[in-house]
Design a binder for this molecule. Structure first.
Ligand code: PHE
Length: 450
C-alpha cells in the first residue's frame, strides 16, 4: 500500500477497503491457477476440498489477519511484534510478518511470468491469430511461446516494469479505484463466455465434472493443494491482509467484509471453471495439461465465436489488469520493508526489490525451455517456487497467525470487536481455535506421511 504511515489515511469507506482487498485477492489465482489445479486433481474432489478450506480455514484467517492489522497499525513485522508485546507475549511473533514478506517476494517472481503470458496473449488474440483455429493449432501456438526463452523474458519484463512503476510512483490507490470499473467488467466477460459455452456441447459434462462430488478421488495431496490454493487466492498467510487491516477504520464489520470478499473471489474462480472446462471437453483436450490450460482452451472459443476478437482481447486485458492489482500487493511489502529498514529511498527500494524478483522470474521461466532438465526433487524451478509458497510458506504463516489470534490474544476484546454473542461466538471460537488450525496440521501430517 502506497499511502504513507503518517497520513495513515484510513479507507474513506469500507467500500474502498473492499476494493483493495478484492483487487489483491482476485487475480491469476482465480482464472489461471484454479482451473488447472482442478484439472490436475480430477475435478469435483478438488472443488469440494477447496470450498471447505475457504470456508473453514480461509475465512477465520482472513478475519484474524485484518483484526491483528487493525490493532497493530504498522507493517506486518512490527504489527505482530507490537500486538504480541501488548498482549504480554513473545516479540518473536514478528517472524510471522517476516515469512509473509518472503512469501510475496517468491510468489511475485513466477506470478510475473504468467502475467507476461497474459500480456502476450492480448497481442495474439487482438491480431486475430486464433481465428478459426482448432485445439491442435492453438496448443502449438502456446508450446511455441513456452519454448522461446526470449519471448517469455520480454513479456515477464514488461509485466514487472508495469508493477514496479505503479508501486514506485505510489499510485496503488488510483489503480484500486480503477478496479471499481474493471473488475465488474471482468465478471461480465467471464459470464459472456460461460453463456457461449452453455449453448455449445460439453457444458453439461463440465458442470458434472466440477460439481458432482466424487470423493473417491480425494487424497491427502489434493487436500494440501486445495488448502494451499485457499491461501493463495485469498492473499492470506503472507501479511498482505495484515498490512491492509492497518488501514481499516474501527467501524468496518470484519466478518461481513470477509464474507463479501470470499464470495466474490470464489464466484470468479467457479465462473472461470465454467468458462474453460466446456471448451476442454468439447475439443477433446486434456484437463490435466497444467499451467497452460486457459491458454490452450479459451482461444479456441475466441477464434470461433462472433465478436471473438473483441471479447478475447478484452478478456486478456482484464485478467492482466486483475493480475496487476494483485502483483502490486505482492511487491509492496518487500519495498516497504527495504524503505523502512535501509537508507534507500522508495524509488531505490522498488528498483532493488523488483530487480531481484525479476531475476528469480527469469530462472522460473527458463524451466519451461533451456533449463527444462534442471530439477530439484523432480520439480523445475517454476514448480519449486509455486509449491514452496502455496504448500508450505503460506499455510504455515497462516497457521501461526490463527494460533496467535485464537490462543495468545485476549478473547474478550476480540468478541467485542467482532460483535458476536451466544451461539455465534461459540461457533466462531470452535472454528478459530480448533477447526482451522487442526485442519492445517492434519493436512500437513497426512501429506508428509504419504
Ligand atoms: N490472490 C492473488 C490471486 O489469486 C495472488 C496473491 C497471492 C496476491 C498472495 C497476493 C498475495 O491471483
Amino acid at each position: 500500500m502506497a499511502i504513507n504511515k503518517q497520513e495513515h489515511a484510513q479507507w474513506s469507506s469500507s467500500f474502498g477497503f473492499v476494493l483493495a482487498a478484492v483487487g489483491s485477492a482476485v487475480g491469476l489465482g482465480n482464472i489461471w491457477k484454479f482451473p488447472y489445479m482442478v484439472g490436475e486433481s480430477g475435478g469435483s474432489a478438488f472443488v469440494i476440498a477447496y470450498l471447505f478450506c475457504i470456508a473453514l480455514v480461509g475465512f477465520p484467517i482472513l478475519v484474524a489477519e485484518w483484526l491483528i492489522g487493525r490493532r497493530g497499525q504498522k507493517n506486518p513485522v512490527n504489527t505482530f511484534t507490537d500486538v504480541a508485546a501488548s498482549e504480554g507475549k513473545s516479540r518473536s511473533w514478528g517472524i510471522v510478518g517476516a515469512t509473509g514478506i518472503l512469501g510475496g517476494f517468491l510468489i511475485l517472481s513466477f506470478y510475473s511470468v504468467i502475467g507476461g503470458w497474459a500480456l502476450n496473449y492480448i497481442t495474439k488474440v487482438s491480431t486475430g491469430s486464433f481465428s478459426g483455429q482448432d485445439g491442435d493449432a492453438v496448443g502449438a501456438t502456446f508450446d511455441a511461446m513456452l519454448a522461446s526463452a526470449s519471448t517469455l523474458t520480454i513479456w515477464h519484463t514488461v509485466f514487472m516494469v508495469i508493477t514496479a512503476l505503479i508501486v514506485g510512483i505510489g499510485v496503488t490507490r488510483g489503480i484500486e479505484t480503477t478496479a471499481k470499473i474493471l473488475m465488474p467488467l471482468l465478471g461480465i466477460i467471464l459470464f459472456v463466455i460461460v453463456g457461449y459455452n452453455a449453448m455449445n456441447a460439453g457444458f453439461g459434462e463440465a458442470v458434472n465434472y466440477l460439481f458432482i462430488p466424487d470423493l473417491s478421488k480425494l487424497t491427502g495431496d489434493i487436500m494440501l493443494a486445495a488448502l494451499g490454493h485457499a491461501f493463495f487466492t485469498l492473499s492470506i498467510g503472507m501479511g498482505i491482509m495484515v498490512a491492509y487491516g492497518s488501514y481499516l477504520g474501527r467501524e468496518v464489520n470484519l466478518l461481513k467484509t470477509a464474507r463479501m470478499v470470499i464470495i466474490l473471489d470464489t464466484v470468479i474462480a467457479l465462473a472461470a471453471g465454467l468458462a474453460i472446462f466446456p471448451i476442454i471437453f468439447n475439443n477433446g483436450l486434456d484437463p490435466a495439461s497444467g499451467p497452460g490450460l486457459i491458454f490452450v482452451s479459451l482461444p479456441i472459443a475466441f477464434g470461433s465465436m462472433t465478436g471473438g476478437i473483441i471479447i478475447g482481447t478484452l478478456f486478456f486485458l482484464l485478467i492482466t489488469f486483475a493480475a496487476v492489482t494483485s502483483s502490486i500487493s505482492l511487491l509492496e511489502p518487500s519495498v516497504e520493508f527495504l524503505e523502512e529498514r535501509t537508507s534507500m529511498s522508495r524509488t531505490m527500494s522498488t528498483i532493488v526489490a523488483s530487480t531481484v524478483i525479476w531475476l528469480l522470474g527469469i530462472a522460473a521461466l527458463l524451466s519451461f525451455n533451456l533449463w527444462a532438465d534442471f530439477t530439484i526433487m523432480g520439480n523445475g524451478i517454476f514448480d519449486v517456487l509455486d509449491k514452496l509458497t502455496s504448500k508450505f510458506l503460506l499455510p504455515l504463516t497462516g497457521l501461526a497467525a490463527i494460533v496467535f489470534f485464537a490462543w495468545r490474544m485476549d478473547q474478550r476484546s476480540i468478541q467485542q470487536e467482532l460483535n458476536l454473542s451466544g451461539t455465534a461466538w461459540t461457533l466462531w471460537q470452535i472454528i478459530a481455535k480448533f477447526v482451522a488450525p487442526i485442519a492445517v496440521i492434519v493436512v500437513f501430517i497426512t501429506t508428509l506421511m504419504s
